[in-house]
Design a protein around this ligand. Sequence first.
Ligand SMILES: *[C@@H]1O[C@H](CO)[C@@H](O)[C@H](O)[C@H]1NC(C)=O
Ligand SMILES: *[C@@H]1O[C@H](CO)[C@@H](O)[C@H](O)[C@H]1NC(C)=O
Length: 412
Amino acid sequence: MRKALYLTVFAATLSPALGAVFGYNSGAQKPGGVKNQADYENEFRAAKALEGAPAGGFTSVRLFTMLQDENAGNNPIEAIPAAITTNMRLLLGLWASAGSAKFDRELEALGNAVNRYGDAFIRLVDGISVGSEDLYRNSAAVEEGSNPGANPQVIVGYIQKVRQRLSNTKLKAPIGHVDTWTAWVNGSNAAVVSACDWIGMDAYPYWQSTALPNNAIEQSPRLFQDALDRTRAASQGRPVWITETGHPVSGRTWGQSVASVENAKRYWNEVGCPRFGKEPIWWYKFQGDQAGDQPNFGITPPGQLTTKPLFDISCKPPGSSTPVPMPVTTGHPGAGGPPVSSSVFTSSGARNSPRSDVSGSPTSTPTGSITILNGTASSTSSSPATNTNAAVLATGSMSGVWAAMLAMVFAV
Ligand SMILES: *[C@@H]1O[C@H](CO)[C@@H](O)[C@H](O)[C@H]1NC(C)=O
Ligand SMILES: *[C@@H]1O[C@H](CO)[C@@H](O)[C@H](O)[C@H]1NC(C)=O
């Protein structure tokens, strides 16, 4: 009891209120390759200048890996120097589903970034995520072996490693883990919650085709709030950050949820706007993929970067010409508190672009059928393409799909 209390206080101390974070998710890939520093700089400048954005543009970016080249070396991801140049904040990520040797390289890249870029880097870090949806991919929601993740003990061990590695550095950002809301409400993962300073929740009503009465767009605010409430109830007092959510502007209908610009705007207005500036949130996502029949979540189109969104993102009430005043800061949520840091899992290659920037059709899609469970219901699909999406249906997460492919890429 005492220990639990201590841990809670400790976590609260390490985790300044990140109320003002208005961020987005960014994978490490671009069509035909891996983003370099110039790519990230261009992207960050566009994201910060997004027309009509509530906070004047995105102020933080979530990454999925610390490695610029997932296949070799320990060079930090070039998003870091780009963030320094453009004053973009960072939620860093270390990819945690590819075994301990790869994880050690992620950790070395993080250490190398601290040494190489020092305070200019450290001051930008909102937080560090050890893993991304690893528990989801490890769960009964995904058929064994088809979609490797990591079990709770492995994630806890990695979190301890990161704490130890950073203990004698100036990087004191709060350390957490990102997973689907369904993973957080699973009591078997409680040890991961205990090990975190904050927990990151991914939730997509779009993918919740088994939701009752259905997952049509008008149900989205309720489904999202329910996921958040349940995650908070399982959070052991840790702050819950919304690390991924969004609605596709195009692509297939999933359950009764229709992908359209109109619905993406409605989701933004009804799920996003009430929370922007009040809760830490990283939208999925800024720029769309040239992704064939994959649902496209970008609020700006694929191809040439633009600052013009596909719909009005101003959060103005209908019929009003006055933007809603929002308590959004300039992107320094940690001001007054300890430096906050963030890490992203991005690796080069397909692996770090869980749903971010993989273009074209996934060639390494798992071939086995994936059984999806939401606790009581399950569904199986036989086509690989469907499987990737089916894998995320129960959790309302999409990263499982890409992560599965990434994991398979790693396996070879
Ligand atoms: C709950 O979590 C455990 C440990 O991560 C996992 O093995 C199990 O499959 C999960 N249960 C469900 C229903 O996803
Ligand atoms: C799973 O889906 C079924 C069918 O829609 C629903 O009755 C049940 O409540 C869901 N379980 C969870 C844990 O959400």
